[in-house]
Design a binder for this molecule. Structure first.
Ligand SMILES: Cc1cc2nc3c(=O)[nH]c(=O)nc-3n(C[C@H](O)[C@H](O)[C@H](O)COP(=O)(O)OP(=O)(O)OC[C@H]3O[C@@H](n4cnc5c(N)ncnc54)[C@H](O)[C@@H]3O)c2cc1C
Length: 422
């Protein structure tokens, strides 16, 4: 039986895979996109029910297609998935759904790769791993399953009604953790929120959303600098979009605690870092306001000041007199939601493209293994890389790289030069 062949196999049809297909298609490079689920599967099945985009519709999209509806609205997750389905249709992306890539190896006795899938084998010259920055939910191994508390990652949380009755501890105060804690307290739950280091830009200033400010201040295009890459950002588009303000969350009944440090005999231990984390988040918030002010002054733009944006509620008692040890049973905590981020799983990539921790070895997505590319990684080329609007530009860079490599390989000296060399 003959083996199917193509020039590029793209693994994954989330936004990264769709963007990759658009740029490969424009460059007329034959390719296939293989997706184990549906297009944009993770927007459908790995996010909670009420999730909306963190940025407004005019911003969190690809350049060549707008969302229908209010451009300033925050698009619900199912509509985001529908957008990518429609986008894939618009560009005629050759996507095969329900195909799991199980193994990629170098082809023996020839150039390129052998891609084994749940539906047969494909041979290809290039492979793009577009499997995302948020692949495998990570839960720190602190609380044993025998502790009698329901535990889940934020990727498995769906809505307050699915949790057992009782109080909830949410660990992690990035965008996922704060949004879930907020939803739970609004649903009448008693909530504890464990807050680590974070940035919390103002939702808007002088009538412009923070995504606009980070754009004009050139922060989405900031390149990775050591120590900056992994800063957690707490933002939310929920309920029309509001600044994440931990003082207000506390005023609404959420008990803030420091970074979760350990667990013993039913007691959770929190670090003595809550006030510092809140103050650093405030400093980040004020920095964005200061930079916005400086931008307005420099450019003479007429955007009205918002002096009230600098007014803070007093520090809540849970911050000034923080809980360090919490007996979970006594506090009535029946569930823990770990909003503690994601890891990578490239178990299918049997090539020299990963470091000893299994992370991609690459420069701007171009792997150390010739012919292999990564897409959608956090800070792949810039801050925006793992987000909807950023991945499109990284995909273009990779398509250009593949086109360039192909043109070198296609080079043949003109016959006259070959004769001259004889
Ligand atoms: C809770 C949450 C909220 C977010 N909100 C926003 C937001 O508002 N705005 C924004 O810009 N970004 C947001 N992001 C970040 C980012 O946009 C999303 O994570 C997005 O899903 C990443 O797209 P991707 O294509 O890189 O990866 P994914 O969407 O994860 O797609 C990867 C695809 O690869 C498939 N796959 C994996 N392995 C294989 C295999 N071996 N074979 C075949 N297929 C495979 C998966 O099924 C999946 O469909 C959010 C992230 C999270 C976690």
């Amino acid at each position: 039986m003959s083996i199917e062949k193509t020039d590029v196999v793209v693994v994954g049809a989330g936004q990264a895979g769709v963007a990759m297909s658009e740029h490969l298609g424009r460059a007329a490079i034959p390719h296939l996109v293989l997706e184990r689920g549906r297009i944009a599967e993770r927007w459908r099945s790995a996010r909670w029910d009420s999730l909306v985009a963190n940025g407004p519709a005019w911003h969190d999209r690809f350049p060549n297609m707008q969302f229908s509806g209010d451009p300033d609205a925050f698009v619900p997750k199912e509509d985001i998935a529908d957008y990518f389905v429609a986008y894939a249709r618009k560009i005629g992306a050759p996507i095969r759904c329900g195909v799991d890539v199980t193994r990629v190896t170098r082809k023996v006795g020839g150039s390129g790769f052998r891609v084994d899938t749940s539906h047969g084998t494909i041979e290809t010259e290039y492979v793009v791993a577009a499997t995302g920055a948020f692949q495998v939910p990570v839960i720190p191994p602190l609380v044993p399953e025998t502790a009698g508390i329901a535990q889940m990652h934020s990727a498995s949380y769906r809505n307050p009604g699915e949790l057992p009755d009782g109080a909830v501890l949410v660990v992690g105060a990035g965008s996922s953790g704060v949004q879930i804690a907020d939803e739970l307290v609004r649903a009448g739950r008693r909530v504890y929120l464990s807050v680590g280091a974070h940035d919390r830009p103002p939702r808007s200033d002088r009538g412009r959303d923070f995504v606009w400010w980070l754009g004009v201040l050139n922060k989405w295009d900031a390149e990775a600098t050591p120590g900056v890459e992994h800063t957690t950002i707490a933002v939310s588009g929920a309920y029309g979009g509001n600044t994440i303000d931990f003082r207000r969350l506390a005023a609404r009944g959420i008990t803030l605690v420091g970074r979760t440090e350990g667990f013993e005999n039913g007691v959770m231990r929190f670090a003595d870092d809550l006030a510092v984390n809140i103050e650093r988040g405030d400093a980040n918030y004020l920095l964005v306001l200061d930079e916005a002010d400086a931008f307005v002054a420099r450019n003479g733009i007429a955007l009205p000041e918002e002096p009230e944006a600098r007014e803070f509620l007093p520090m809540p008692a849970c911050v000034t007199d923080p809980i360090r040890d919490l007996d979970l049973a006594r506090a009535g905590i029946a569930s823990i939601i770990w909003a503690t981020g994601y890891g990578a799983d490239y178990g299918w990539l049997k090539l020299d493209a990963l470091d000893d921790k299994g992370r991609p070895r690459h420069q701007r997505g171009v792997s150390s293994e010739p012919g292999v590319y990564f897409l959608g990684l956090p800070w792949q080329t810039r801050r925006g890389s793992s987000f909807i609007w950023g991945v499109w530009y990284d995909a273009k860079y990779i398509a250009d790289h593949i086109a360039k490599q192909r043109s070198y390989l296609a080079y043949a000296p003109s016959p006259s030069r070959e004769i001259a060399n004889v």
